[in-house]
Design a protein. Sequence first.
Length: 126
Amino acid sequence: MKNAIQSPDAPAAIGPYSQAIDTGSLVFFSGQIPMDPSTGQLAGSTIEDQTRQVMQNMRAVLGAARLDFSHVVKTTIFLTDLAHFTTVNAIYGEHFSDPAPARACVQVAALPKDALIEIEWIAARP
């Protein structure tokens, strides 16, 4: 059994996918780029602005699933420039406490809408 999760406080899907799929014990979240859900535009041009927007979008979709950052068990961060790693790591770290989720971070050639960052994640229900 699987149920789609949708938050009006995060950007709508820009393709044939769900913001998240709840399987009961695990919730799989599609990647969030730094789109401002109220404007449909990227939130700023800096990695700081874009990372903060991604984290806000993550919070919104987690909330729609009745979860929060403490339930996240795995993330994957996609960056168009690994030189941004330290900045992203600092902002990302503001949202998680120990034990932090498992994580991978990779550099990619490009992201949708020319975003600088995208994060996808998995959360576990208590």
